[in-house]
Design a protein around this ligand. Sequence first.
Ligand code: DAH
Length: 379
Amino acid sequence: MKQAIENIRQQSILEIENSKDLKELNDIRVKYLGKKGELTSVLRGMGALSAEERPIIGSLVNVVKNELEELISGKEEQFKQEEMNRKLESERIDITLPSKKIKRGSKHPINRTIEEIEDLFVSMGYDVISGPELETDEYCFERLNLPEGHPARDMQDSFYITNKYLLRTQTSAVQARTMIEKGGKEPIRMICTGKTYRREDDATHSHQFNQVEGLVIDKKENNVSLADLKGTLEVFVRKMLGENSELRFRPSYFPFTEPSYEVDVSCFNCGGKGCPLCKKTGWIEILGAGIVHPNVLKMNGYDPELYGGFAFGTGIDRLAMFKYGITDMRYLYGNDYRFLSQFDRKDWFIQTYLIIKMKKSDKSFVIIIIMDLVEKRRG
Ligand code: DAH
């Protein structure tokens, strides 16, 4: 009997050592230690043994059983470890490989321009105020000295939603809102940038566009004058369009200012000599401005005897077009990746390499972009 157990032991150890994988190892476990396994059947045949032999053989079987179980679990561990190593090897990541270039989005040219305007005015002590795009007739027109039936309302073809509500045609509405909010007592120094809407759509107009509005109100004794307006607009325009820009004030008419001016900037394309961009005049009209009309002050809670100031407004889209040499306003709203990706660079890069050139043959502007060339050369 002892010999038979020893034979089973040696045979199974040999098989365990030669096993090649977990499956084979499991078969060996079943073959020797399972319910019908060889070692188990030895235990079962113990009934035939004498009372003295039984415990001896019983404990011998147990010793062998434990030894085999230990060997099997050791081998199992070895297989698992090998499997793990194989996996680690096959799934290894080569961190030295060059990575794919990740394309990051870029700021839209309009947002760039808005941020630049806001930063500039904040640096001059202005508040940045916002107002609703769905505006009432009252704030968009009436409180700005444009009563119902006023001919100047025709200058701005509006999108009316109801008789009372419209999409604001001008950020000037926020002038009235700010004055009302300040309650006719506090001085005001604010700008408002935002979307505006009119019924027009061509290469230089979009039905939706952006404006910036400025309003400065102070006590009469502080003398906010036309000279201040001129100085402020000079800083603004020079920052946006170039340090050499000159301004020209032309008398004009806006219902909310008196006197009113249209402000021209010397053509930044030809330096004032005359070119197709400025229609050979040397000047480009960019702003509306003036001294706040006493009616507007009165209607919005400020006493025109005690308070006064100036206001100005301009289209941001046109500024962005001038700044970046964009020839068609619709590019700004087309979401064309080829257009937008040109702004996927730092500002200095755009300013340095976006060159506007005139093409004599069709008198249109061509943007020559050598950014890509430069990029390639940098590798
Ligand atoms: N709101 C005018 C427009 O949309 C622009 C403007 C002109 C604004 C004169 C002003 C101003 O504040 O004083 O055409």
